[in-house]
Design a binder for this molecule. Structure first.
Ligand code: PBE
Length: 267
């Protein structure tokens, strides 16, 4: 309803979004349709700007609605909740897949094996994300985690031929989840004889680069829903090495102190 105290009025009918190409942005547009939130607007921006706005609102106990995802450091930094999504606009719990270019297995078999064997848990990723959030340089945060998790890393490198200084080009988008994972796997490849180059790109070019072979791979494909359009477009030109993490979630996120619990409450 539109009376003065409605949640819409209090947040100016704004949902704070992130980069326009992100899957969570299309999912949110779908949610706006599915729940008939016709007065609402999805604000485009960046993951960093979204986090800054959330922080500002939270410090002032102001209402705010953001597009959010887990794993994320924000859940251990603030008391937050996902709004319930009974219409399933955001899909179910997902996996993050590792995807490499055709020919990598032949050109850099050790790197291929390590990328193929890379798998960890949401709690692992969260540790790295939180370290970065606290100000540690991403490469250093990756090193810290690797040092503390030798056994896990040993499973990824098991049986992998060492590199000979070949360059491995990895691409990623500046989402906090992907900054963490890409730095960790990049550092592991480096420690196994490869020269690693990390490039930050937009989500479309990330898939396109692996598909056209101009880069070697990425660990950032959220499937089956978030990136399904990209996956559909490029699936014949890429090598999908399967899940590197199970248990992600996308949705609308608000501070616990807000008195709404479901996307339906926005109507
Ligand atoms: N995210 C983080 C991405 C995938 C990784 C949820 C912001 C997206 O929406 O495309």
């Amino acid at each position: 309803d539109k009376n003065g105290n409605s949640i819409g009025t209090r947040v100016d009918y704004q949902i704070i979004g992130i980069e326009p190409g992100a899957g969570i942005m299309s999912q949110t547009k779908k949610a706006i349709k599915d729940y008939q939130l016709k007065d609402w607007q999805l604000q485009e921006g960046s993951s960093a700007a979204m986090a800054a706005e959330l922080d500002k609102a939270y410090q002032n106990k102001k209402p705010i609605i953001v597009t959010g995802w887990a794993p994320h450091w924000m859940f251990s930094t603030y008391d937050l909740k996902f709004l319930k999504d009974p219409k399933d606009s955001y899909g179910a719990v997902e996996d993050i897949h590792t995807i490499v270019r055709k020919g990598l297995e032949k050109d850099a078999p050790g790197a291929y094996t390590i990328l193929d064997q890379f798998t960890w848990k949401p709690a692992d990723m969260e540790k790295v994300m939180l370290d970065i959030k606290k100000g540690t340089d991403p490469a250093k945060a990756a090193e810290n985690w690797i040092k503390a998790n030798g056994e896990k890393v040993g499973q990824w490198t098991k049986g992998a031929q060492a590199g000979n200084g070949e360059t491995v080009n990895l691409v990623y988008v500046a989402w906090d989840t992907e900054i963490a994972s890409t730095n960790v796997i990049g550092k592991v490849l480096e420690q196994n004889g490869y020269k690693v180059k990390l490039s930050q790109v937009e989500v479309g070019p990330m898939f396109a680069g692996v598909a056209n072979g101009s880069v070697d791979g990425m660990v950032a494909a959220w499937l089956p829903s978030t990136h399904k359009e990209f996956y559909k477009q490029y699936k014949n030109d890429i090598v999908d090495l399967g899940s590197n993490l199970h248990g992600t979630k996308n949705g609308l996120v608000v501070p616990e102190y807000m008195d709404i619990n479901s996307i339906e409450d926005l109507k």
